[in-house]
Design a protein around this ligand. Structure first.
Ligand code: HGY
Ligand code: MN
Ligand code: MN
Length: 413
């Protein structure tokens, strides 16, 4: 790999360490959930760094944060780069932060080099990519492309009992000096650098993945309501036990879906049992289903199967069932011209690459609805992510940021 000094790897590693301290968990990960105090602290730190470099900072009504470096022709739509800063409750230090901070490093390196780009270059920090605290995920990028309803989300209850409206307001007002802009603007291209969050690149020993597509995702929230009863005195025939129904439905789906199709993914990530007393037959169970598949029709069939199994189990146990769809992200392909620009950049840097499909959803998939978009993946150790042990080597961090920089230079002119 030739070493034309484009980005400052040491500075980037320091930034990543600095942001990993915001919401740091004892196990070495981060808990910086969307619109939380920690999220606000990270956004403020990024805004301060941006202002210190003379970049323009602005945000929109869903608290997407933008950092702009003007080009020769300010009226041209910008090349947008970036990712997210919010994390899972037990997240890693790199999911989202790597892409956001690498994008900022690209802006700083352009500034350090006194580079004059034809187009403006903007860093985007998308609100609530994870969706774990407030469903759905990708709220910021969905709103930006006109696929989300900010007013419809205001009453959303957080997993921690908070209301989205309050947390969003607190986040917007935490950066009073930042100019507000309308939601959504024209974008020449969007590139997102992100960790792969799976084992493919590491296993292939390839430093860069060029992402050509993202599989589809559906989130269902299933509520089963029976009748609280005494654990000791209530015989089976008198029970209307939602947990008995839930475990039967989950067992059926675990046996039917993934074993039949290696591309299918089905996850029950959260289950709440109420009242949750050892000697009370539960009254209500709420569980989440995260369904994924690269093909839209197959994903729809898995969703239908999930409904069938939940309703059949509910009937057997004489409990009510309601199924709410909380997120529906169709699979999508990225733009060939941006994929090619990333491949060209890797060619100039003499970096080996492989094309791949993302198993995780990303903001870039929504951006691809309004602008040519694609993603750059770097390997993460053992493919572990959404886990505090998430790790990316300093070398792979630098390679990823170099490729992002080279790609931006080509697309921004
Ligand atoms: O769940 C996802 O795919 C993303 O990493 N939040
Ligand atoms: Mn992410
Ligand atoms: Mn994530």
């Amino acid at each position: 790999m030739n070493t034309n000094p484009t980005i400052d790897g040491q500075r980037l590693l320091q930034r990543i360490a600095e942001f990993a301290a915001i919401g740091a968990t004892p196990a070495g990960g981060v808990n910086r959930q969307a619109l939380s105090l920690e999220d606000r602290m990270a956004r403020r730190r990024l805004a301060e760094l941006a202002v210190a470099r003379g970049f323009c900072v602005y945000q929109d009504a869903i608290a997407n944060l933008f950092i702009r470096r003007d080009g020769r022709a300010p009226s041209l739509s910008p090349v947008l780069i970036g990712s997210h800063l919010d994390s899972q409750p037990t997240g890693g230090r790199f999911d989202g932060a790597l892409g956001t901070l690498s994008a900022f490093e690209v802006l700083e390196s352009l500034e350090d080099a006194g580079a004059v780009t034809e187009r403006p270059v903007e860093v985007a920090c998308w609100t609530n990519e994870e969706g774990s605290r407030f469903f759905p995920g990708c709220m910021g990028s969905m709103a930006f492309v006109g696929a989300g309803d900010i007013s419809g989300w205001q009453e959303t209850d957080g997993a921690d009992g908070t209301k989205l409206a309050d947390e969003l307001q607190a986040t917007l007002t935490a950066l009073p000096e930042v100019e507000m802009r309308p939601v959504g603007h024209s974008v020449a291209a969007f590139i997102e650098l992100h960790i792969e969050q799976g084992p493919v690149l590491e296993r292939a020993n390839v430093p860069i993945g060029i992402v050509t597509a993202v599989q589809g995702t559906k989130w269902l929230q299933v509520s089963l309501t029976g009748e609280a009863a005494h654990a000791g005195t209530t015989p089976p025939a008198y029970r209307r036990d939602p947990l008995a129904a839930a475990v039967e439905a989950i067992a059926s789906l675990q046996q039917a879906v993934m074993p039949a199709d290696p591309s299918a993914r089905l996850t029950v990530g959260r289950m709440i049992v109420e009242p949750g007393s050892i000697n009370v037959v539960p009254e209500r169970v709420t569980l989440t289903l995260d369904l994924r598949h690269p093909e839209k029709e197959v994903l729809a069939a898995i969703e239908a199967r999930a409904g069938t199994e939940c309703r059949a189990a509910a009937r057997r146990h004489r409990v009510e069932v309601s199924i709410e769809k909380r997120f529906d992200m169709a699979p999508g392909k990225f733009d060939a011209s941006v994929v090619e620009a990333i491949a060209n950049a890797c060619g100039r840097l003499d970096i080996p690459t492989m094309k791949m499909v993302s198993g995780a959803f990303h903001d870039a998939l929504f951006l691809s609805r309004v602008a040519p978009a694609a993603m750059i993946f770097v390997p993460c150790r053992d493919g572990i992510s959404h886990n505090e042990a998430e790790f990316v080597s300093p070398q792979n961090i630098e390679i990823g940021a170099r490729v992002l920089y080279e790609t931006v230079r080509e697309l921004a002119g």
